[in-house]
Write a protein that binds this ligand. Sequence first.
Ligand code: CTP
Ligand code: C5P
Length: 381
Amino acid sequence: MQEEKKLNGHAKPVRVWCDGCYDMVHFGHANSLRQAKALGDYLVVGIHTDEEISKHKGPPVFNEQERYKMVRAIKWVDEVVEGAPYVTSLETLDKHGCDFCVHGDDITMTADGVDTYHKVKTANRYREVQRTAGVSTTDLVGRMLLLTRNHFRQGQYEYSVDSGHSSSMGQDSSARSPWTGCSQFLPTTRKLIQFSDGRSPLPTDRVVYVAGAFDLFHVGHLDFLEKARELGDFLIVGLHTDPVVNRYKGSNYPIMNLHERVLSVLACRYVSEVVIGAPYSVTKDLMDHFKVHIVAHGSTPVAPDEDGRDPFLYPKEIGKFVTLDSGNSMTTEKIVERIIRNRLEYEARNVKKEKKEMDLINAMEAQKNNSCKGDVLKISA
Ligand code: CTP
Ligand code: C5P
């Protein structure tokens, strides 16, 4: 009985395989891994090398070591296979003892336009989960390029300043793929529940509190949260609202809105709970309410609150504040700089990816009109 419960009701543990680029890991990736894990008991994620991604898709924003680390920290992942091949073969599934492969309901192709899952689909060892609408690496790159609007107001990246986070990259909407050229993300309470642990701290738990923007959740954040979690048993992350982040970061920050940042942080295995729209200053009220033992912040600079005061003044005064060195120098601004530095390459990558998808969609449409049916099993979230 106990054993059966542990195995999600399966007679023997079902091992699930997922693979991908997982570049600039976002909550869309996390949501696909969450759904994949729910189809079995043990989740193995294969991640492609930088070389493979550059060949088939264009240069990744994050290098392979960064991407491996980010995926390992997603709470539904049991194991990461480094350097997984771009085309998923039955040999790969067998080598890692996986029963089937899971992918989102978009179609991924090699540089030669071959469906990367054709082998596992033919062998009926393929399952589909619902892709999360409203977020993609391609879209996030587009949002970052928007930050440079005053410098690059030419070509296809014409847009309205007010488009904000509507994910519009200003391209002709008729040429946008419904997969990558996604519409707006619509946060729901169901999604929050699916991402949360839903557990309260035990009376004996040592509660750690950290706060910040956590925009474009990255390896620097991850290293910081890992260290923060080591300070106690229950880690609460306070996320500031978009206007608060914009007050101290300026420009078009944050790149991801509050709802998106909440899900990215909740997917991290070190995080127990998130405060949605935490006050900028850590007050006595807040510390009493969450029974916080210790407040931590990384070694990045801290902007004063609107009244000019240190937002960590109270925990410092009562001796409950610690500065942690994450040992990682990555910042959200550095990611944006990477993108802007390689702007032309990323623009070309985005256009190429969407064009490939649009060509495929048009071909599928034509096939449908000839009353041919697809044979792929589709499972909704
Ligand atoms: N995925 C998803 N929802 C998204 C984005 C990705 O479910 N919004 C899924 C993909 O369907 C795939 C997995 O995440 O199963 C890994 O995707 P990846 O190989 O990184 O590539 P892309 O789908 O191209 O991701 P992106 O569009 O973000 O570049
Ligand atoms: O800048 P942001 O508010 O997103 O940072 C959230 C937390 O992560 C802060 O405590 C910050 O100091 C920490 N951090 C870190 N190392 C990094 C990036 C952020 O310790 N490289």
